[in-house]
Design a protein around this ligand. Structure first.
Ligand code: FE2
Ligand code: FE2
Length: 188
């Protein structure tokens, strides 16, 4: 990570630790890893996508815990909407304190706001969604999520195996990782 991205990560950490829906420190580190892998092959804008990856879930910090843990669909959706909405002021403050220009801040926030409920055409927006979905299959997050859902790794494999992506790069990385999980679980 570049020094500026490392700084953003340090500032984002307390917000990520406040989110309780899942382990957002682990999740975000996996999304960053996915983004770094995607950007080796895809033409996205690194200077806005790395901050977007690090900051995309900071909004969970301010979503009431009861909503974060809600199981019914309408409250879960409400929580999902709020994590987008609440991320705006948090991320605007973080980025402006670090000296990001208003135009860049607007682009980063716009990308973050498109990571749920949208089917964007813009490549940068698609890359954040792909990195977010890719995080599901990386080793640490896969087993951590399986435990959280109370499922055996083999059962959870079947939940994750149908993840969908925009870019060919994401599909390739996903299938390579999926094969690794299958071998670890002993179903390959
Ligand atoms: Fe999110
Ligand atoms: Fe996420």
């Amino acid at each position: 990570m570049k020094p500026i991205h490392n700084k953003i990560w340090q500032i984002a950490l307390p917000y990520l630790k406040k989110g309780k829906k899942k382990d957002f420190v682990l999740h975000t580190s996996m999304v960053v890893k996915g983004m770094e892998l995607l950007l080796k092959k895809e033409k996205g804008n690194k200077n806005i996508l790395m901050p977007a990856a690090i900051l995309h879930d900071t909004g969970w910090a301010n979503v009431p815990i009861c909503l974060q843990k809600a199981k019914d669909a309408s409250r879960a959706r409400k929580a999902m909407e709020l994590h987008l909405q609440y991320s705006i002021p948090v991320n605007r403050e973080i980025l402006s304190n670090l000296g990001f220009a208003n135009g860049e801040i607007k682009k980063i926030i716009d990308i973050i706001l498109s990571h749920k409920f949208k089917n964007p055409r813009d490549l940068n927006k698609r890359l954040l969604i792909d990195a977010d979905t890719l995080s599901d299959i990386f080793k640490e997050q896969f087993y951590s999520d399986a435990r959280m859902y109370g499922l055996l790794p083999e059962e959870f494999y079947h939940v994750r195996k149908d993840n969908r992506f925009y870019t060919e790069t994401a599909k390739d990385i996903f299938h390579a990782e999926l094969n690794r999980r299958a071998k670890e679980i002993g179903i390959a």
